[in-house]
Design a protein around this ligand. Structure first.
Ligand code: UDP
Length: 475
């Protein structure tokens, strides 16, 4: 006997987690007509985040409940995964109260990877437990394999001489491991091992990828001799789940007016995600590199930091006093005024990438950004800054071949202007043969992504399969 399930999601702070969770909720509600409640733990430092939450509430497709803030005043850990883990742990009591206050109890709880401790609440209320991995299957494979590596490896991961062999997957180079594995003595490393241990206790995992892109890795989860031994419950590839542009152009009409006057596929869009920041020296090199490349560009500029990485919990939307001119080389804005458009802090990225004028994407390689690049068929320069982005860059540049990446990472402090100009020219300039192949591959991958989520495609079918289980109360 089928019933209409009520599904709850819990999203950890940060645009890279919030956007895909809201998009997943949208699909569950619009495509599969489920009743959906999204519990949000905002970072409370980003005006862009507030706007996104308010827009989701106003759209009314599903219920959005902001959990009240937990006291973090005693927390000194400043690492991203350390803070996220503590934040989510301290919100478990608020989640429990919010769930018990609902008039209709959800039968499924979908948590992002930093919210697996909320499974305690799912157990109390007899809900099925699912994990939504808003990244790729290769990253997810390493995540659940970390508890094994933890027992096998002596010393630091980054000091190992050989790549890490994950059953059935591409090996991972020591220099490519995600941030929490960079230093085994930090609390965030232990949090990560815990996360890797907890995920397999779920009833299933939804991954933002698709079969054509990561068939081999996905097959490993189904094979008892490979990762299936660790991940016994099913892994559903349901991606790419990306925000729809929907023709909305936000408030930045000046930018879209400018874009509408540029020739087709002539502009490279430069942005380092919701939290990426560059050092002052690095920003100067990017400016000169863009200028030297001779290509048209749109660049989302943020105030420089001491070093290039992430200010994960402190991003805004351009209303802050950023006055980008003061961070950029003298005369840069004047010299590039005909070919470049600099945006302060935040741009409506999916709308920019959807513009016919945009033909390339210079990105930090956050998985949402990577998918937004892929679904718009643009070749990429991927310059990883933090989180799992080194793996993403390796996959996109070396395996999938829709991108180029800087040669030396992450040890080299600054990437020089010549290398930046060369990477930009490679994907944008007509004459480059390797660039031509990358551009062709980007279009091919766009088609493959479209096919996977269209009716009858692998992700479409996987999504329908898991929803059917929920409807039939079979989990
Ligand atoms: N984003 C945006 N405008 C910006 C910067 C980021 O709309 O100026 C969006 C971007 O489209 C993506 C998300 O923020 O959906 C960032 O997620 P991603 O996984 O790429 O990187 P993260 O910010 O989590 O490192």
């Amino acid at each position: 006997m089928e019933s209409q399930p009520h599904v709850a999601l819990i999203s950890s702070p940060g645009m890279g987690h919030l956007f895909p969770s809201l998009e997943l909720a949208t699909r569950l509600s619009m495509r599969h007509h489920l009743s959906v409640t999204v519990f949000i733990v905002p970072s409370r430092s980003s005006s862009a985040e507030y706007k996104v939450i308010a827009a989701a509430q106003a759209a009314g497709l599903f219920t959005v409940i902001e959990l009240p803030p937990a006291d973090m005043s005693d927390v000194t850990d400043s690492t991203v995964v350390g803070r996220l883990s503590i934040t989510m742990r301290r919100h478990v009591p608020a989640l429990r109260s919010a769930v018990s206050a609902l008039t209709s109890l959800p039968s499924v709880l979908i948590a992002d990877i930093f919210a697996t401790e909320s499974f305690a609440v799912a157990d109390e209320f007899h809900m099925a437990k699912y994990v939504f991995v808003a990244s790729n299957a290769w990253f997810f494979a390493l995540t659940i394999y970390v508890p094994v590596l933890d027992k096998q490896i002596n010393g630091q991961y980054v000091d190992q001489k050989e790549p890490f062999h994950i059953p059935g997957c591409e090996p991972v180079r020591p220099c490519d491991v995600m941030d929490p594995l960079l230093d085994r003595t930090e609390p965030q490393y232990f949090e990560y091992v815990r996360i890797g241990t907890e995920i397999p206790s779920s009833d299933g995992v939804l991954v933002n990828t698709w079969d054509d892109l990561e068939g081999r890795t996905l097959a490993s989860f189904r094979d008892w001799n490979l990762l299936g031994r660790i991940m016994k419950s099913p892994v559903y590839s349901i991606g790419p789940i990306v925000r729809q542009t929907g023709g909305k152009k936000g408030g930045a009409s000046e930018l879209f007016n400018w874009l509408s006057k540029q020739p087709g596929e002539s502009v490279i869009y430069v942005s380092f995600g919701s939290g990426g920041t560059l050092s002052s020296e690095q920003m100067t090199e990017v400016a000169h590199g863009l200028e030297m490349s001779g290509q048209r560009f749109v660049w989302v500029v943020r105030a420089p930091k001491v070093r290039s990485d992430a200010t994960f919990f402190t991003t805004g939307d351009g209303t802050e006093d950023q006055s980008e001119a003061k961070f950029l080389p003298d005369g840069f804005l004047e010299r590039t005024s005909e070919v470049g458009f600099v945006v302060s802090m935040w741009a409506d990225q999916t709308a920019v990438l959807g513009s016919p004028a945009v033909g390339g994407f210079f990105t930090h390689g956050g998985w949402n950004s990577a998918l937004e690049g892929i679904t718009n068929g643009v070749p990429m320069v991927v310059w990883p800054l933090y989180a799992e982005q080194r793996m993403n860059a390796t996959m996109l540049a070396e395996e999938v071949r829709v991108a180029v990446r800087p040669k030396e990472l992450p040890t080299k402090a600054v990437i020089g202007r010549e290398e930046i100009a060369a990477m930009v020219r490679k994907i944008m300039a007509e004459e480059d043969e390797e660039g031509k192949a990358i551009r062709a591959k980007a279009k091919e991958l766009q088609r493959s992504a479209e096919k996977s989520t269209a009716e009858g495609g692998s992700s479409f079918e996987n999504f329908a399969r898991v929803v059917k289980l929920w409807r039939e109360n079979r989990v």
